[in-house]
Design a protein around this ligand. Sequence first.
Ligand code: SAH
Ligand code: DHB
Ligand code: MG
Length: 222
Amino acid sequence: MGTPDGATVDRYLASALLEDDPVLEAAIAASDEAGLPPIAVSPLQGRLLGLLARAMGARRVLEVGTLGGYSAICLARGLAQGGRLVTAELEPHHAEVARVNLARAGLADRVEVRVGPANETLRALAREGAEPFDLVFIDADKSGYPEYFELALGLVRVGSVIVADNVVRDGEVADADSADEAVRGVRRFLERVGGEPRVEATAIQTVGVKGYDGFAVVVVVA
Ligand code: SAH
Ligand code: DHB
Ligand code: MG
């Protein structure tokens, strides 16, 4: 046998580290059944989101891009006692599937799915004077990342963490001439983050069941 590939290793790591999870499996099955695209985070990435929330003692988490609620379940499981997750989703159908999945997971009482363009939802949260979020997960339309980052900065505190998914996209992110709006959005996001004195950031490439991609981790330091 040659060297196992990234997806094979992902499955091995998941089998070693993650327990059987009928709730997450049901969320994926229901999302597939409802015709949602199969683009939720991987089981191992989902675990990382939950671990981050738990390690931070997060009481308030914000997600941008709900889809069927898979990553929302992972994040909400990591919330401290009494904590809450707000998740923003453009598509009413996705939000409906997510609400069912979150209810099945027993998390409906601590998760609010807000339907509408995420930039409007984030502006509304700011207007409402929402308490700062401890952790933000950005995972909606990639062309919107620069704006979501800008708005997220107004909704956090020193010490908050912002994670952004899909910042590598098969390596296309390194192509300065890419005409792909998603790639261009991610590049503008990364360059904006890199130039922002209030934050310190990194990005890590990943390979696994979701292919070759990566995520950025941003910490608000001032
Ligand atoms: N975080 C999810 C996956 C999100 S996929 C998970 O890992 O389980 C991206 C989602 O962003 C899709 O559901 C899509 O409908 C939503 N989206 C796209 N544009 C959006 C916008 N402008 N505002 C809010 N959500 C948007
Ligand atoms: C896409 C979006 C995602 O959030 C993801 O994790 C993978 C793919 C997409 O829009 O293609
Ligand atoms: Mg994603």
